[in-house]
Design a protein around this ligand. Structure first.
Ligand SMILES: CC(C)(COP(=O)(O)OP(=O)(O)OC[C@H]1O[C@@H](n2cnc3c(N)ncnc32)[C@H](O)[C@@H]1OP(=O)(O)O)[C@@H](O)C(=O)NCCC(=O)NCCS
Length: 152
């Protein structure tokens, strides 16, 4: 397993990861190539988007880190980081999330961030436990959402 910065050629593989998560969880989310490009790869607020690639060259997951700007959809305080993690169910509990976060954390420190926000469904125990394990703590809850922060 290795990680590298996401590029435009990865958009299809990243969309496929999202579709596999949808199939597994039943929770819908946008997954077409244009959305993946706009939301994760070409977003001007992106600091780093990292893909995890298996030995056959397949993308098994990705993690995005963006800078929170005024009016962001998560109401994250301006200047914090915003993290998002998507890993194929075929690769869960194999350390992919942990590997991705080591890269993301480094990128966040290099970018001078002090805090990273994770926006998680309250009905997503894996996501909640994952971010706890990565050193995040709950700082806000609202209407089925838990927001956790990591102090860098
Ligand atoms: C949540 C998610 C990112 C975890 O990724 P992962 O690659 O399976 O995580 P890792 O294998 O690196 O696990 C790291 C640690 O997180 C915790 N963890 C991860 N998944 C867990 C689970 N299902 N139950 C309990 N703890 C879990 C554990 O402490 C784990 O360490 P351990 O395996 O040594 O006990 C992955 O399940 C995922 O992408 N889910 C779908 C999308 C999602 O929920 N995104 C995040 C919230 S929006």
């Amino acid at each position: 397993m290795e990680t590298r910065a996401a590029s435009a050629q990865d958009a299809e593989g990243m969309g496929q990861v999202i579709r596999e998560i949808i199939e597994h969880t039943g929770r819908q989310r946008p997954n077409d190539v244009d959305i993946v490009m706009g939301r994760y790869i070409a977003d001007p607020t992106s600091i780093r988007c990292t893909v995890a690639v298996d030995g056959s060259g397949n993308i098994v997951g990705f993690q995005s880190l963006k800078k929170a700007v005024a009016g962001n959809p998560y109401d994250t305080p301006e200047g914090w980081g915003i993290i998002g993690t998507h890993i194929s169910p075929t690769a869960h509990r194999q350390g992919v999330g942990k590997l991705l976060f080591s890269t993301t954390r480094e990128a966040a420190c290099q970018a001078g961030l002090k805090k990273i926000d994770a926006y998680i469904g309250a009905d997503n125990p894996s996501g909640l436990k994952y971010y706890d394990a990565m050193g995040f703590r709950t700082y806000r809850t609202s209407d089925g959402i838990v927001q956790k922060v990591c102090d860098l």
